[in-house]
Design a protein around this ligand. Structure first.
Ligand code: UDP
Length: 217
């Protein structure tokens, strides 16, 4: 794809990820942090794959002048997520609406910072329209524990599902929160949707997929 971008003189954006920071020792994570990835763990294929892609993007930029953008996307959610993709927000909403137990992996003290999809899309468009190559973090700097997230989703859905704790997957990052100073400076961007409003819209789409899909019939 980079070869094609070079031939066609296309602008090309890499959807990179906060996973390149691994289980971070620096908090929140600025773009200058080089990360702590276990290269042989179960998440390594994804993490190292994205890291290698950043390397290739930078090399094509340096050696061939390809017009690149690198964006590091932190946890994102919103309407029309696949209910069965296994991510925490989709799992908890699906479980809460079905009256099934909400499955917290580990003790639930690990943190994430969830960005509503509309905010992310705005950030992506601003980055494409800018003259920066990146990398730039795009995510919501408001950090919550997974335990709090389960409680919030249970309250917003009005569910009486119980909360159960199951085994924590190996190498699950203990905390994650973007430092978005660069996105603020470069793109004049920051998220505007708070977690409860975004979750409300996501829950509605899970209750009634037809509404959100625009499938009137
Ligand atoms: N998680 C959880 N229950 C679930 C799914 C995920 O407690 O049913 C936890 C998971 O262990 C992690 C966090 O929620 O600590 C976010 O997981 P997700 O897979 O959504 O994203 P990522 O780990 O890539 O940030």
């Amino acid at each position: 794809v980079l070869g094609m971008a070079k031939r066609c003189r296309a602008k090309i954006l890499q959807a990179s990820t906060s996973e390149i920071y691994g289980d971070p020792e620096v908090h929140p994570q600025p773009e200058s942090y080089r990360g702590a990835v276990n290269p042989i763990g179960p998440r390594a294929c994804y993490d190292e794959g994205k890291r290698a892609a950043e390397t290739l993007f930078m090399d094509y930029h340096r050696m061939n002048g390809v017009n690149i953008r690198i964006v590091r996307i932190f946890n994102t959610y919103g309407p029309r997520m696949d209910p069965h993709d296994g991510r925490v927000i989709s799992n908890f909403i699906r479980q809460a609406l079905a009256g099934e137990p909400l499955t917290i992996y580990g003790d639930g003290t690990q943190t994430r910072s969830f960005c509503f999809v509309d905010d992310l899309v705005e950030g992506l468009m601003r980055m494409m329209d800018s003259e920066q190559t990146g990398p730039v973090n795009l995510g919501n700097p408001s950090e919550v524990t997974i335990g709090e997230t389960a409680e919030t989703i249970r309250r917003l859905t009005g569910s009486s599902s119980e909360i159960v704790h199951v085994e924590l997957p190996e190498d699950d990052p203990k905390r994650r929160c973007p430092d978005i100073t660069r996105a603020r400076d470069w793109l004049n961007w920051e998220p505007t949707t708070d977690l409860e409003s975004g979750l409300g819209r996501t829950i509605e789409s899970f209750r009634d997929p037809a509404t959100e899909m625009g499938a009137g019939a």
